[in-house]
Design a protein around this ligand. Sequence first.
Ligand code: NAP
Length: 275
Amino acid sequence: MGKPDVVALPTPSWFVGCGNMAGAMVEGWRSGGVDLSGAVAIRPSGEPVEGVRTVKSMGEAGEPPKLAVLGFKPQKLDEVAPEFARLLTEETVVVSILAGVEAATLRTRFLRARSIVRAAPNLPVSIRRGVIALYSDDAEDSLRTQLSELAAMLGYAVWTNSEATLAAIGSVAGAGPAYAARFIAALAKAGQRRGLPDSLAATIALETVLGTAWLGAASREPMDGIARRVASPNGTTEAGLAVLDPHLDNLIAATIDAAARRSAELAEEAADRSS
Ligand SMILES: NC(=O)c1ccc[n+]([C@@H]2O[C@H](COP(=O)([O-])OP(=O)(O)OC[C@H]3O[C@@H](n4cnc5c(N)ncnc54)[C@H](OP(=O)(O)O)[C@@H]3O)[C@@H](O)[C@H]2O)c1
């Protein structure tokens, strides 16, 4: 019997900026057994990234990349783009995780690149339970297949047909862990107010949300059905939902609208600087 195929990042692959989000992708691939021997993380601090060679500048990275994941903040594009544009080649696939920065803007910066791909990942990719949306208007089928395989190792992966859909997924799933974390913390605080010790309140809040999500995923039962099964008519949960329901949908919608507005601002700023 032959050895099972090991999924590998192309050699060389660069992570240009490798903080929270790109670092989470590296961690997901590393823990999933992806071969990262050809990968290098470039970050000014030089703080080591587990599993990959880490350098402080692109000049130290070595051979030009076949794949480059752009993992710096959108506001750093002006600073990073000129040097990266000089170093990439016609073989370089650029995968940008920069929120809001459009493919056309990236193409004007990186004219020579083989392909420009946008990715909208979220933080749980580090434990391979993330959501990662992909978009490209110039990637050929073989590249899409290769990137699908790598993205699927990080969780639920989906190609989108438009950047508007990518942005919509990013606004829900990319930012979602922050909102979910706040909800869990609020549930824990409410438990403390009912007299529970802090750590017990935190644990039961986390386990309750985890268990509910798991139940939904395992049973495929709609969330509304799960809520109805908990809330018996005229009972205690129903009294709670009578307070929550009039506000929650609007609150979450307004939260996501605010983030989407900021994303549009960032996209416009990046496009203006490129024109
Ligand atoms: N956080 C999320 O949940 C999330 C979700 C989706 C998309 N994103 C996108 O991911 C990107 C990074 O966000 P983040 O939260 O990971 O930020 P972060 O933790 O601050 O990471 C930014 C990284 O960029 C590096 N960097 C700064 N200046 C640089 C330069 N001149 N050249 C190369 N690298 C440079 C930093 O280096 P040091 O490590 O040395 O400081 C750091 O590794 C953003 O574009 C954001 O829109 C984030």
